[in-house]
Design a protein around this ligand. Structure first.
Ligand code: IPM
Ligand code: MG
Length: 363
């Protein structure tokens, strides 16, 4: 099969890590007989430099016409006045919000998994880690506070800022369905996270999630308040399978979950619409301080490419092969600087990509 992939290298380390993910995909293509046709577009700071805006309509249209999008990272140093001394809707990150909305990517899937090989990097105590953890955060991505009306103006002589948190039942239902669907293929547990003791939007969330749960009797549903969830993540992370939550809570909890894996450089993510279309990117940022130095960890992007194959191309076997290759390379003791520990061999971005690509089809 031939797949059309829109590639957005972006800013900072983006181009380097995307190059490695493409290297691995091309190897998969050769071994399994697929071809991936890439079209590169600009987004973020590089798009601002070229066109004055973080995402052009043409770039969005290219993405829309493809089977999937592979993204590196966008944004830079906030000290970079060229990108940041402008209105918020013209900054690099606005490109990310625009592509999420423009492509209808309402379902953000963020796995947080503790690699046994990297347990030393986990900041939690051994007794809390227990048998490890393996969870997925299913974050609603195109609603809530991020996309509600907002303004700042004087009200009765006092400067006042307003952000609106809105959810309708359709938006809640479709993300809940995605959450239950994914739970069904995992350990069949959904923890729906809200703030139903305070917010109306959360009370509606809870009601709709319960309705959807009736269609998935094999999946166990529990509700958890977001503050309690933040605590439970560092007290007993092993209890979670799928965490289902709204946009802002998911933003915060997914950073917390990634932190306890000890290795944000390992975490992939997918943002999907109703169909099989998705945008795949590492969970980490553009790390401008190490850009261009062959130091970045490409594994999160390589694992995002695996998710792309699995979810958008239905290539499970190929995705498994990439995940297995990553494990093998880690088990052999190769590490990039961010996950380096004693007794291991430190390698650069491009060597890590070579090592992983080298494993595909080798057994
Ligand atoms: C993320 C990021 C974005 C978000 C920012 C860059 C707008 O933090 O993907 O989690 O808040 O969604
Ligand atoms: Mg975030």
């Amino acid at each position: 099969m031939n797949y059309k992939i829109t590639v957005i290298p972006g800013d900072g380390i983006g181009p380097e890590i995307v190059r490695e993910a493409k290297k691995v995909m091309d190897k998969v293509g050769r071994v399994y007989g697929h071809s991936f046709g890439y079209t590169e577009v600009l987004m973020g700071g590089c798009s601002i430099d070229a066109y004055g805006i973080p995402l052009t309509e043409e770039a969005l249209e290219t993405a829309r016409r493809s089977d999937a999008v592979l993204l590196g990272a966008v944004g830079g140093d906030v000290g970079n006045s060229r990108w940041y001394d402008v209105a918020p809707n013209l900054r690099p990150e606005a490109g990310l919000l625009a592509i999420r909305k423009g492509l209808g990517l309402f379902a953000n899937i963020r796995p947080a998994y503790l690699y046994r090989e990297l347990e030393g990097a986990c900041p939690l105590k051994k007794e809390i880690i227990g048998d490890g953890f393996d969870m997925v955060i299913m974050r609603e991505l195109t609603g809530g506070l991020y996309f509600g009306d907002r303004y700042t103006r004087e009200v009765d002589g006092v400067m006042t800022a307003v952000d609106t948190l809105t959810y309708n039942e359709k938006e809640i239902r479709r993300i809940a369905v995605k959450g239950f669907e994914i739970a069904r293929k995992r350990r069949r547990k959904v923890t729906s996270v809200d703030k139903a003791n305070v917010l109306d939007s959360s009370r509606l969330w809870r009601r709709v999630v319960e309705e959807v749960a009736k269609e998935y009797p094999e999946v166990e549903l529990t509700h958890m308040l977001v503050d309690n969830c933040a605590m439970q993540l560092v007290m007993n992370p092993g209890q979670f399978d799928v965490i289902l939550t709204e946009n802002m809570f998911g933003d915060i909890l997914s950073d917390e979950a990634s932190m306890i894996t000890g290795s944000i450089g390992m975490l992939s993510s997918a943002s999907m619409n109703e169909s099989r279309f998705g945008l795949y990117e590492p969970s980490h940022g553009s790390a401008p301080d190490i850009a261009g130095k062959d130091m970045a960890n490409p594994i999160a992007t390589i694992l995002s490419a695996a998710m792309l194959l699995r979810y958008s191309c239905d290539l499970d076997q190929e995705a498994d092969a990439i995940e297995k290759a990553v494990r093998e390379v880690l088990a052999e003791g190769y590490r990039t600087g961010d996950i380096m520990s004693r007794g291991c061999e430190q390698v650069g971005t491009s060597s890590m990509g070579d090592l992983i690509a080298g494993k595909i089809g080798s057994t």
